[in-house]
Design a protein. Structure first.
Ligand code: SF4
Ligand code: SF4
Length: 284
């Protein structure tokens, strides 16, 4: 069972929910897919070890075989390879590693070489049974999705997996949540939170993923988010009040379920509700 924690915008408490939910459950995996800025580890205190380099294949042109026909450049939708008189220029940072230019080259002048764009790490210490993985995109790299796909290959399908998705609704979010059984959308009851929640709802609806909403800092702002969910028949899975203790623990990097056990019970109950809904979907 794979559950993504996502949000239409940053700063809603998505990572807080992912970490506290994972720490409330037994025998679970947590994947930090916010590979441009992973921060789950700040609340977990784990020592991490590298398990994998993430590479993408980029073209390598043998110019003595090339007749500068331009077919590779015409094929590439990302403008990552250009043919000029008597030369072929490759722009590795734009290349998506699709391999198409290699296939269309009539002279077989293109081979591929690996370019590192990030790494996958996991926790060394499995105390408490939590398995934690994170992806880390190299600084300046534009493409997060290959790192996210490589990260999700480490999911053990026999265990529950919690996925901390990147914020927003762009490609890295689709890469993170596209294969999920359920998506929890974390929002706050402010005009910005409401606006970006509706964008995130559009995404999960298009992807056909069952979802529910957590309203964080639910007692600030207004009632529009909750009213909207009621009108749309969207389950509000949990409301987290603007609690001074939670804020203080957060600022100290301490997951609040570790000091406020009543929240652990709430997360477990929420998880059971989600599990039932997923099972119902499977039976349909
Ligand atoms: S398709 Fe092959 S032969 Fe044609 S320009 Fe590109 S590398 Fe050269
Ligand atoms: S591998 Fe794909 S993305 Fe990269 S240069 Fe070739 S056609 Fe373009």
């Amino acid at each position: 069972m794979k559950i993504a924690i996502a949000s239409g915008k940053g700063g809603t408490g998505k990572t807080t929910v992912a970490v506290n939910l994972a720490l409330s459950l037994e025998n679970v995996q947590l994947f930090d897919c916010d590979v441009e800025e992973p921060n789950c580890h700040l609340f977990l205190g784990f020592d991490l070890e590298k398990v994998e380099d993430v590479n993408i294949p980029v073209p390598l042109v043998e110019k003595d075989k090339c007749d500068f026909c331009g077919k590779c450049s015409e094929f590439c939708q990302y403008h990552a390879i250009a043919v000029i008189p008597k030369d072929v220029l490759v722009f590795p940072a734009l290349c998506h590693g699709c391999g198409g230019c290699t296939l269309v080259c009539p002279q077989e002048a293109i081979s591929e070489e690996n370019r590192s764009i990030g790494i996958i790490e996991r926790n060394k210490d499995k105390t408490g049974g939590l398995v934690f993985y994170r992806g880390l995109l190299n600084i300046g790299e534009p493409m997060a999705s290959p790192v996210i796909h490589a990260l999700q290959k480490h999911i053990d399908e026999n265990k529950a997996a919690i996925i901390d998705a990147p914020p927003g609704t762009a490609c890295p979010v689709i890469a993170s949540i596209g294969d999920m059984d359920y998506c929890i959308l974390v929002t706050e009851s402010t005009p910005f939170g409401f606006h970006d929640l509706k964008l995130a709802i559009d995404v999960v609806r298009i992807l056909g993923i069952p979802f529910g909403v957590i309203i964080n800092r639910s007692d600030i702002g207004d009632e529009k988010v909750e009213q909207y969910c009621l009108e749309e028949g969207i389950p509000v899975l949990m409301k987290i009040q603007n609690d001074r203790n939670i804020a203080r623990l957060y600022s100290e990097g301490i997951p609040f379920v570790s000091r406020m056990p009543e929240w652990k019970e709430r997360f477990v109950r929420m998880f059971e509700i989600i599990r039932s809904e997923i099972n119902e979907e499977v039976m349909k």
